[in-house]
Design a protein around this ligand. Sequence first.
Ligand SMILES: O=P(O)(O)OC[C@H]1O[C@H](O[C@H]2O[C@H](CO)[C@@H](O)[C@H](O)[C@H]2O)[C@H](O)[C@@H](O)[C@@H]1O
Length: 375
Amino acid sequence: MTSQNVVVADRNSGINLAIAVHVTNSSIFTTAAQKPPAAPGGYISISRKKLLKNLEISGGARFNAWVDSMRTSSPTHVKSTPSVNDDHCSWILHHPSALEMFEQIIDASKGKQIVMFLDYDGTLSPIVDDPDRAFMPKQMRATVRKLARFFPTAIVSGRCRDKVYNFVRLAELYYAGSHGMDIKGPAKGSKYKKGSEGVVFQAGSEFLPMIDEVYKELVEKTKTTAGAKVENNKFCLSVHYRCVDEMKWSGLAQVVKSVLKEYPKLRLTRGRKVLEIRPTIKWDKGKALEFLLESLGFANCTDVFPVYIGDDRTDEDAFKVLRERGQGFGILVSKFPKDTSASYSLQEPTQVMDFLQRLVEWKRGSLSRPFEGLR
Ligand SMILES: O=P(O)(O)OC[C@H]1O[C@H](O[C@H]2O[C@H](CO)[C@@H](O)[C@H](O)[C@H]2O)[C@H](O)[C@@H](O)[C@@H]1O
């Protein structure tokens, strides 16, 4: 095992972190000092470009940028070579574990209202082959329920709102489905904003007939590709290729692109082994986050501390908004280094659950200590 002690600054929260990074053959982990040194000896500056270059998976010519990016969309092929370990080491310094940094995070939120934004797939539920069976573990559900008692909480998902609601089944939450294009306030008793039950917002309803049409066309045209699955997310569509033979990915991407040629008002983005089709409107998970903060009455507040946890490219829009606002921070759920605007990282949904649980316990404890209860 090799270890390195460094001090890094989080650009968003301004927190200086003293971190020891330990690299073994099979894993990389960090331990954070409770109190950073008064005068940091030197900040580590790591080129993101270099990091990503080293992580490129395809060895040959970039014959097809689309297929390349389909491969990198969920980098399960990354090997544990020394240089990858170095890169992971660099990455974790800039995106330390939110669990390791829990105390510092809590300190940064002092005097502010924490508002929680949670992505669904890969964040609250583990990634599985069949999108219809991405159930949320019971324990996670219980944790999110407790979380919502203490903090306003929203689920922000690429899924259609009804579908993600059926997985989560907690009426006291806000739900933003279809990448934030379809938002609804709590169906029952949210104590955070009177009248928030009435919050309903839809962006891009005029695209619904077009989305339906493209859905039918894609189902028809992809039915000969074994393993491909088209999911109707109401305001957007997902073409899944997780179960498609890698040799067929290029062909599938061609089919999708040829269908979309006829629909210039729709655009294609990529998620984890999924091609996502949505209207070309300027609305995304970042806009949804801003809309929800406004609905909760925090539009121009300085005493709000939004925390967004997500694992996918579409979550980057929300991470960016938080950076731009200089409020709260994003947590990327990933086992691998990824270019991200998130400040912290967690490796998988079980760590997300631990983090949420710690928030609940901290809040519960602080309420029993009257002075801290004012937070
Ligand atoms: O914003 P999210 O809630 O993360 O939704 C993004 C996509 O998530 C789902 O697909 C992903 O999870 C599936 C189940 O684990 C997995 O099979 C798939 O490969 C992943 O991409 C969902 O099915 C998509 O519609 C969402 O766009």
